[in-house]
Design a protein. Sequence first.
Length: 246
Amino acid sequence: MALNRKMTGIISLCVLMIAAAGAGFVIWNTNNRVQIEFDIHISKQEIYLSTYSEPPQFAIWIENPVNGKRKQVFVTYRVSRGDWEGKADVPVALPHWKKVFRSKAANERSDEEITISGATPKDEYFRVRAEVPPGSEWICWIEMNLAGDYNEYYPQFNRVTKEEDEFSCGQPALLYRADIRAEKGREYTPSIASMSLWEGGESVLAPMDSTITTARQVFDEMSIRIIKPKPQFINLKKVEQQEILK
């Protein structure tokens, strides 16, 4: 009986030691990881005021400023799959994203074709994260377009030229940018870098001007934070993805 109690005690001690070692590994693994967290608030008012009252299409990606490699973080399903009702393609939706990730001239295709897509968010709050090496530097890009967001400069039908908005786009897509360093606790606010236009079958970036009105308020709150992920056991898939980003 005493021997059994002794053996039970030894086994219990071994289990506790293994659990402690596992917990220590999880904490160590978490302490050496950081994530870029994108938080976006989508204005329901601007959506309701647009002709189609549909959520905006948008894409998020990060770019290594040293070697130019890019990693997609998120893109709405409709843009990613070309799932447009009654149209084969809508290049004006996100012209710059299309040029960067879908053109024949895109470099390092093996990295750039990794697409994380999802349904267009119907809720007003959106959050997504991307894991990167601690201390690394990135250019964060966000491109957004709200269909049917017309104004006097981008009407549904131009009475002067007698031309109709072929793709029902309205105001052009906006391209946001933030230069970041992946150090825990840092926070950044993306700013509009340019208008993203589709002209003559090509993507063109142009400076912001007064022709852009309500499109500025579609994403009325945006932030990028560097956070430490919640403790969890090692994920080999994430390790492989992190190697791509180095």
